[in-house]
Design a protein around this ligand. Sequence first.
Ligand code: AMP
Length: 397
Amino acid sequence: MSTKSPVVLPGATLGVLGSGQLGRMFTIAARRLGYRVHIFSPDTDTPAGQVGDLEFTAPYEDLDKVREFARGVDVVTFEFENVPSATSRACAEIVPVRPDGSVLHITQQRLREKSFLQSNGFPVTPFRRIQTLVDLEEAVRDLGLPAVLKTASFGYDGKGQRMLREIHQVPSAFAGLAGAEGIYEAFVDFEKEVSVVAARSASGAFEAFPVFENVHSNHILDITFAPADIGEKLAAEAVQLARGILDALQVVGLLTVELFVTRDGRLLVNELAPRTHNSGHLTLDACTTCQFEQQVRAVCGLPLGSTALTRPAAMANLLGDVWTPGTPDWASSLSDPSVKLHLYGKAEARPGRKMGHLNATAATAAEAVRQVRDARSRLASVPRSRPERTEGRSNRS
Ligand code: AMP
């Protein structure tokens, strides 16, 4: 275990495992605060590597390289949860890893995550572990249909996920797991989806951003706005729930809690992410401290910043689909001066790939949503048809 000081002051070097857009925006925030940032991932010319001081390129399994990386930094954090546990353990032999590898271990596997939540009294939809076809048949009998069958590991944005509506779908859904362990979740007939991005410091200080309301399309986040339209009481409940979860996990850093709001006004935890989150991108332009600066502060042991929302705000994701007919019409999109463009430096625009987002602030959240939607639609300089997508539930909130 490291003997280095828990407070990492500006001028020091931060290490990031993972190199996507969350790492990029973390790096920009860290550099603004005067830190150096080293990035570790198997790829080159990455969104985070492009803006970092040093891009380490090696497989996560190359623990010699991982240790070399860790020796060059003062604290390690991560920007996605599928980093192997052995990688974070190898770093932790040399420097503090924040949040701790145990948080990563729980949150990178849906069964572990849901079992942790359930056993600590946090509300989740009923679920069953699926290893065999018989397990699945029993789960269908116990929890009924409709339901969602997900791979226990490596799932995000609806990947590895299948909705079951009819009993005859059971064999093919099981075959779809392709030998991987699964989780069968009772379908939640939710009214809306919200998220709480929150930070906790080593001393236990806690700060949550205002609750975000999220609208998905084909399982991928499409629009976020704040404040969420759920009333003060439920919003306070959501933040309290998040606080309980960060405390139970002893998080030092950031953690996002994705929640369903049921039609009878209850909150159920859908998923945890031990990091910044797509739904928190509006904080870049709408909060006193953005989620990325907050992550820097939390993992460095600095006081947490104010999470106050300075104005109602909205964010619209830009997926690779936007590039389908050619270069998006950026100038037209930005003709509304209150719209802000954030692009992640990804060279290849594939359908469904997160390439950037648009933020806007306005007098009301509804107005901000209208602005980002309009700005996004202006990106299409020529009429287009939407590319084919895989089957999926489209959310109604
Ligand atoms: P996840 O990868 O678990 O975050 O799921 C992606 C999206 O699928 C969620 O944001 C929901 O819109 C939907 N979803 C996931 N699990 C369920 C469930 N048990 N019931 C209803 N919708 C779900």
